[in-house]
Design a protein around this ligand. Structure first.
Ligand code: NAD
Length: 320
């Protein structure tokens, strides 16, 4: 490894003797889940209930269904209640928003996520706006997106956070590096770019209208790809020693493929997240860490409000 290689001198994760270092998300996710199991048990002990994650599914969409099983299984593993709220696709936007309002008002529900994509007739912004920002644990509400862009402490979009977290927890230095992000969606590319900027990377964002992608990707020391295009990034578009985070999950036949063509990239990169098994497993674990924070904030606020009411009525009684 050369001094230019961002992965040089790092030791964690699996490494084949011949191939690049594989940045596996599974072991990191397992560590986070173990800690969450303990923390949720302590939460139940302290507050007397198990918080609920509500997963809203509008219409039946195959990729969503696979993802749903994963998130519900993760809920079970860490000891929280996963509640699937299924709404048929023949529904109005108002009906979806009303359902979300009910979840906002339900004290057992600490967090709400809405599965994407929504049916075409339902405006995304109406649904996003209706989620209580305090329960928006995947950071899609404008309030949380604004907090992220200002560098304040809101809920982060879990996938974007996972893309950055896998670098940090694998000991890969981001400070001062030339970081290129492919994709500018509100849920992955854009928040990932903001988080990498927060980590002091020098960030360039590419997208579907970028001319000559390779011109920019070849300059990257760290490359994060979230385009939803299988094999978009090939080995000849990379410079030797680059660290690659492949966020893409594409169902191609019976395979799950990333946005990076692993076969041509493997001899060029110094480290790369595999697909599957890279960013994906980390996303759910981080989402549930957000649930813990949301549940704790809500429980503490509720307790403070109750104490305030009790104090006010005691003062009222004393004044009579
Ligand atoms: P999206 O379709 O909303 O956005 C894709 C982005 O890629 C857009 O900004 C677009 O401009 C850009 N893009 C598309 N084609 C391009 C091209 N040829 N060249 C350059 N840029 C191009 O997708 P998304 O929701 O951001 O998801 C991106 C990928 O990440 C998908 O494969 C998705 O399945 C995956 N994903 C993974 C996880 C996870 O947990 N690992 C979670 C969410 C999404």
């Amino acid at each position: 490894m050369t001094a230019d290689n961002p992965a040089a001198g790092t030791s964690a994760a699996t490494a084949g003797t011949s191939g690049p270092r594989l940045l596996a998300g599974g072991p990191i996710a397992a560590e986070i889940r173990d800690a969450l199991g303990t923390d949720f048990a302590a939460f139940k002990e302290r507050w007397g209930y198990v918080p609920t994650l509500a997963v809203v599914l509008v219409g039946a969409d195959a990729p969503s269904a696979v993802y749903l099983q994963q998130i519900l299984r993760t809920c079970q593993r860490v000891g929280v209640e996963g509640r699937l709220v299924e709404i048929g696709s023949e529904v109005t936007a108002d009906a979806v928003c009303n359902e979300i309002e009910r979840l906002n008002a339900d004290p057992a529900v600490a967090g709400i996520i809405v599965q994407m994509p929504l049916p075409a007739h339902i405006p995304l912004h109406a649904v996003i706006d209706s989620i209580d920002p305090a329960k928006d644990i995947d950071g899609i509400h404008p309030r949380n997106a604004g907090l992220l862009s200002l560098g304040y402490d809101g809920f982060l979009p879990a996938t974007a956070q996972a893309a950055v977290e896998i670098l940090k927890r694998s000991g890969i230095e981001i400070v001062g590096k030339r970081v290129v992000v492919v994709g500018r969606s509100n849920v992955v590319g854009k928040p990932a770019a903001l988080l990498l900027l927060r980590e002091h990377g020098s960030v360039t964002v590419l997208h579907s209208r970028t001319r000559d992608l390779g011109h920019y990707t070849r300059d990257a020391e760290i490359l994060v790809v979230a385009a939803g295009r299988p094999g978009l990034i090939r080995g000849d578009m990379l410079s030797p020693g680059v660290v690659v985070v492949d966020v893409g999950i594409n169902v191609v036949g019976d395979k799950l493929l990333g946005d990076v063509d692993f076969e041509s990239a493997r001899d060029v990169v110094s480290a790369i997240t595999p697909v599957p098994g890279g960013v994906g497993p980390l996303t759910n674990a981080l989402l549930l860490s957000h649930l813990l924070r949301a549940a704790t904030d809500q429980a503490e606020r509720g307790a403070a409000a109750t104490a305030g009411t009790a104090a006010a009525s005691a003062a009222g009684a004393a004044g009579q």
